[in-house]
Design a protein around this ligand. Structure first.
Ligand code: PMV
Length: 322
């Protein structure tokens, strides 16, 4: 038996980090995917291969790296957990083989780990006849928490359900209909980050500066609700200003960097309506909002000139495909 599932990457338009502390965030799935193929095998093991250069197999709890050396286990463990969570208490006659194939650069804030967990749970779930997206998303969130234990779950939700959404840990998600189509250009600094470390850094900032953090949280909440209404009414200029305002908050909580700040400035100088970090920061990626598709080429050029890689992107409305 064999099943294939693919799940999209994402950008966070508003509210990263603050979402971990109970605020809402606004996210969009984008047209870069990771594909997971799951197949049953005779041998009693779980074998995982990823085209980012890691492969290994688990016989019970014993792990053997087949490719990727010492970093293989860290990359593959969450996928192994996703397989186990999808299988639940089902006893297989034999084992499972997983192949991951990705168009999403990893470690730069585009949600590649979440998408790989969603696609893996969905592919294994499909072998068992489970296609319910809520069921898949719940298990993917639990698997992503193997990577960073305080994950808000936002990335898995947008990767599973696709489109543009507002998400809160308690409230869950609500789809947003954008009044105008969005032209977003991503700038990849090429600096990989560790989301877990950055999230812990923000928690430490909060512990040190309780009053300031509470004020920033309240302001981020305001920005997010203004942004949701600007999105719905198609007020792109207001949306851009709110993105730049959100970036100032991210600078204050210490997740920006010189390279990111320079890239944000370059995008705005090239005509972007606003620009900010997307995802955890500390390098990673920046998103810039163009007034229209026509302006996005100039912004992409400015990203290139700043020594980074531009990625032109469209919103993905499909989400998980099995
Ligand atoms: O950089 P990414 O793709 O791992 O996104 C992290 C988003 C955070 O808000 C910083 C963390 C979270 O769990 O929501």
């Amino acid at each position: 038996m064999m099943a294939t599932a693919s799940a999209p990457a994402k950008v966070i338009l508003f509210g990263e980090h603050f979402v971990v502390h109970g605020n809402p965030a606004i996210l969009a799935a984008i047209d870069k995917r990771i594909m997971a193929t799951a197949g049953t095998i005779e041998a009693e093991k779980i074998a995982i291969r990823s085209d980012i250069g890691a492969a290994g197999e688990y016989s019970g709890r014993v792990f053997k790296a087949l490719r990727g050396g010492r970093r293989a286990k860290a990359l593959i463990d969450p996928i192994h957990y996703a397989v186990k969570r999808a299988l639940g208490s089902r006893d297989l006659d034999g084992g499972i083989e997983i192949d991951l194939c990705s168009e999403i650069p990893y470690g730069i804030g585009l949600g590649s780990s979440a998408a790989s967990c969603v696609a893996t749970v969905a592919a294994v779930g499909s072998l068992l006849g489970r296609h319910d997206r809520q069921w898949i998303c719940k298990r993917a969130v639990e698997s992503e928490r193997m990577i960073h234990k305080n994950s808000s779950g936002a990335d898995c939700y947008v990767s599973t359900f696709g489109g543009l959404m507002q998400y809160g840990v308690k409230e869950g998600y609500r789809k947003i209909e954008s009044g105008k189509s969005l032209s977003i250009v991503i700038g990849n600094t090429g600096i990989r980050h560790d989301t877990g470390e950055l999230v812990v850094g923000v928690a430490k900032f909060r512990a040190r500066k309780r009053k300031l953090f509470a004020d920033l949280l309240a302001y981020a909440d305001e920005i997010c609700s203004d942004a949701a209404s600007a999105l719905e009414s198609g007020e792109l200029e207001r949306l851009g200003l709110l993105m730049s305002e959100n970036q100032r908050l991210l600078q204050q909580i210490g997740v920006s960097s010189k390279k990111v700040d320079d890239l944000v400035k370059a995008c705005v100088a090239a005509g972007a309506l606003g620009a900010k970090i997307t995802g955890a920061g500390g390098g990673g990626s920046v998103i810039a909002l163009a007034a229209s598709e026509k302006e996005s080429a100039g912004i992409a050029e400015s990203i290139r000139k700043a020594g980074c890689d531009p990625i032109q992107t469209q919103i993905d409305f499909k989400g998980l495909i099995v």
